[in-house]
Design a binder for this molecule. Sequence first.
Ligand SMILES: Nc1ncnc2c1ncn2[C@@H]1O[C@H](COP(=O)(O)OP(=O)(O)O)[C@@H](O)[C@H]1O
Ligand SMILES: [Mg+2]
Length: 250
Amino acid sequence: MIELRNVRKRFGRQVVLDGVDFVVQEGETVALLGPSGTGKSVLLKHIIGLLKPDSGDVLVDGLSVPSLQRQELADLRKKIGYAFQTGALFDSSSVFENIHLGIADDTKYRDAAFSRERVAECLRLVNLPEDVARLMPIQLSGGMRKRVGIARAIAGRPKYLLYDEPTSGLDPVNADVMDGLIENLQKELHATSVVVSHDVRGSFRVADRIALLHQGRIRAVGTPEEFMAAKDEVVREFLERDFQVAEMER
Ligand SMILES: Nc1ncnc2c1ncn2[C@@H]1O[C@H](COP(=O)(O)OP(=O)(O)O)[C@@H](O)[C@H]1O
Ligand SMILES: [Mg+2]
């Protein structure tokens, strides 16, 4: 389970998180929506302890993340797959090496046959051909880098998966593949996941529940059906704007 309790975070005078309460139950996938710049990535970074709250608490797997010691945090992170917004690949390492780093179990990591097979499997899961493993990140398109980043995040079969904008910048076909992948991983790994997105439609497909981050707080949370039926004017405005944009792109 992931739980943020009254989390506040500011950078200088800019308040980004202003009392966030957010719960993801075991095995659940929650889509975290919100316009650009509202603090979605900042929220995700609190879950893996890359950022510390000014106040409030972040609980993952029963542990209070902000108070963990270095080694405890490293152990917790082995259970968490984090797909960064930009892919965040190591440019001087091959695709194989980048994905291999995601295998968190030391014994499996050193098992060459297992590693080869697992890297190939993860590439297949993100709809990339196996021979991409030999390439360097600089030889990949933005969308491919992103998918390699996701392959790395899932390589260790983590209990928790955090996806930061997994479909942004992908063409519609690969965005669909990605949504399908998130759905399948959810079934296969029973992972507890947060999918950060500004793509309402994709989120409705993959998420058990939807949460909207607005002015530093979770403004609304509910099933896709509840979300669509919400009367809250902020939710309505967000949905309408998104559907207008989708119309324009068509
Ligand atoms: N490390 C940081 N230092 C200062 N400001 C930051 C930092 N990280 C994020 N911010 C600011 O916090 C706000 C929210 O950012 P972010 O979480 O990236 O938004 P998004 O919802 O688009 O993911 C932005 O105004 C951003 O500039
Ligand atoms: Mg972001």
